[in-house]
Write a protein that binds this ligand. Structure first.
Ligand code: FES
Ligand code: FE
Length: 434
C-alpha cells in the first residue's frame, strides 16, 4: 500500500477521533502510517512503565524490556540508581543483552566486544589501541542511549523525550489513586518473581481501552466463566461505582472492597483483606480504602493496565498495528504474610494469565475487533463511544474528572482524547492537561 505523507495523516486526525460526535474511526486500529506515528508521538514521548524497584533490588540487577518497539535495558548501577538505556550497541547496533533478567557487572556486545557499564556508559572496547589518538572516538559520547528515569513509590517509568513533563506532572492526581495499590500498607508492594509474556493478534489500544474503562463487557463477555466459577454472574451496579480519569489515565471501580479479589477463589486473600480493612481506611481514608480489592480495572496512559484485588500489572506492547505482546506481573503487599504469594500467583493463573478464564474471553474479542476492521470498507466506518455522556459529577471525595457509574465510556473517551492530543502535538508544550 501507498504511504501517505505525514501532513495528510495529521490533517485527518480530527476525523479519526471525533468526540463531539462520540465517534472513532476504525482506521486507528489498522492503519500502518498511523501506527508509525504512534510509536514516535505516543511511545517515544510518554512515561512508560519499565520496572518495579523490587525486581532489581541490588546493584547489577537488570531486566530487559521495550518502550514501543525499542529494546531497553533497565539496570540498578553501583550508585544505587536505576538507569534505562537502549539495548543496542553504539558501534553497529547489535543487541547488547539477550537475557530477560539477571545480574551483571558489564554488558558486553557479542560482535566486536564493546563493553558497557551498569549505567550504560562505554567502559571499554576490544583492542583499544586501534583508536589511539583518534579524535572521533570519544568514549563519553559512545554510551548506550539513555532514557530519563523517574519513579513513583517504587514504580519506575522512562521516557526518551527530554521535553516531557516530570513523571509527577504526567501522572498528576492519578498518583492519589495509585496509592490505593502502592501505599495501602507500610512498605508498599513487591512484585512476585518472574513474569508471563504472551502474544495477541490485536491492536494495543483495544486492551488498553478495555482496562481504562470497560466494565460494560465484564458481565456479558465473562458471564459464562463467572457462572462456571460461582454458579452465577455477579451484577455490576451503576450506583456506588465511578469512573475517574486524569490526563488520559483512568480507573473504573465500585466501592465494594473485594469484588475482584473474590474471583481469585482464595479464602486466605479475602481474610487478609478483611483483617486489614480498618488499616487501609486509616492510611487511605474511607473512600479509597473501599477500592483496595474492588471490582475494577485501570490503565496508566498509554499501556500500563492493572487490576486491584487480582494484584496484577500488565503492559500491552505494540508489535506492529495488529499484534501486541502482553507482559504480566503479580504483586502483593510487602508486609503481607509470605504464604499469600502462592495464593496470588495461583489466583492470577486462574483468571488473568494467557490460560486464565477471563483472559481467554478478552483476547478473543480484542483479536476479532482487530481482524474484522481489516476490510477496506469496514475500516472506514465509525465506532460508537457515547455511553454516559451526561454522567460527569462534582465530587468532594474523589480527585480528577469524576463520573458516576463504572458502566460508562467516559474513560475510553478520555483515553482517545489523550491519544489524539499527543498524536496532533509537535511538542509536549502543545499537549493540553486534562
Ligand atoms: Fe557492538 Fe560492534 S556492534 S561491538
Ligand atoms: Fe475482560
Amino acid at each position: 500500500t501507498m504511504t501517505r505523507d505525514r501532513q495528510s495523516i495529521l490533517s485527518e486526525l480530527p476525523n479519526f477521533v471525533n468526540l463531539d460526535s462520540y465517534e472513532i474511526d476504525r482506521r486507528i486500529f489498522w492503519d500502518k502510517d498511523l501506527y508509525a506515528l504512534e510509536l514516535e508521538r505516543i511511545f517515544a514521548r510518554c512515561w512508560n512503565f519499565i520496572a518495579h524497584t523490587s525486581q532489581i533490588p541490588e546493584p547489577g540487577d537488570f531486566l530487559t524490556t521495550v518502550i514501543g518497539e525499542d529494546g531497553v535495558i533497565v539496570c540498578r548501577a553501583e550508585d544505587g540508581e536505576v538507569y534505562a538505556f537502549l539495548n543496542s550497541c553504539t558501534h553497529r547496533g547489535n543487541r547488547v543483552c539477550f537475557a530477560e533478567v539477571g545480574r551483571a557487572r558489564r554488558f558486553t556486545c557479542n560482535f566486536h566486544g564493546w563493553s558497557f557499564g551498569l549505567d550504560g556508559s562505554l567502559a571499554s572496547v576490544s583492542r583499544p589501541q586501534l583508536y589511539d589518538g583518534n579524535p572521533t572516538f570519544d568514549k563519553a559520547k559512545l554510551g548506550l542511549h539513555q532514557a530519563r528515569v523517574e519513579n513513583y513509590k517504587g514504580m519506575y517509568f522512562a521516557t526518551f523525550d527530554p521535553d516531557a513533563p516530570s513523571l509527577d506532572e504526567y501522572l498528576g492526581d492519578f498518583r492519589w489513586y495509585l496509592d490505593v495499590i502502592l501505599d495501602n500498607a507500610e512498605g508498599g508492594i513487591e512484585f512476585i518473581d518472574g513474569n508471563i509474556k504472551s502474544r495477541l493478534k490485536c491492536n494495543w489500544k483495544f486492551p488498553a481501552e478495555n482496562f481504562v474503562g470497560d466494565a460494560y463487557h465484564a458481565t456479558w463477555t465473562h458471564s459464562s466463566a463467572l457462572i462456571a466459577m460461582f454458579g452465577k454472574a455477579p451484577t455490576i451496579h451503576s450506583d456506588r461505582s465511578y469512573q475517574v480519569n486524569v490526563n488520559g489515565h483512568g480507573w473504573e471501580f465500585g466501592l465494594d472492597f473485594i469484588g475482584n479479589a473474590a474471583t481469585l477463589k482464595s479464602p486466605e486473600i479475602v481474610e487478609y483483606l478483611r483483617e486489614q480493612e480498618a488499616r487501609f481506611a486509616e492510611r487511605l481514608g474511607k473512600v479509597r480504602s473501599r477500592m483496595v480489592g474492588a471490582l475494577s480495572s485501570a490503565n496508566v496512559f498509554p499501556n500500563l493496565s492493572f487490576l486491584v484485588g487480582h494484584n496484577t500489572f500488565r503492559t500491552w506492547n505494540p508489535r506492529g498495528p495488529h499484534e501486541t505482546e502482553l507482559h504480566t506481573w503479580v504483586y502483593l503487599n510487602a508486609s503481607a504474610p509470605e504464604t499469600l504469594k502462592e495464593h496470588y500467583r495461583r489466583g492470577v493463573m486462574l483468571t488473568f494469565s494467557p490460560a486464565g478464564l477471563f483472559e481467554m474471553d478478552d483476547g478473543e474479542n480484542f483479536e476479532n475487533c482487530t481482524s474484522t476492521n481489516a476490510g477496506v470498507v469496514t475500516r472506514k466506518q465509525k465506532l460508537h463511544f457515547g455511553m454516559g455522556i451526561d454522567s460527569k459529577i462534582e465530587s468532594e471525595s474523589l480527585k480528577g474528572n469524576v463520573y458516576k457509574s463504572q458502566l460508562n465510556e467516559a474513560n475510553q473517551r478520555a483515553f482517545y482524547q489523550r491519544w489524539a492530543d499527543l498524536m496532533s502535538s509537535e511538542t509536549w508544550s502543545d499537549v493540553p492537561r486534562r
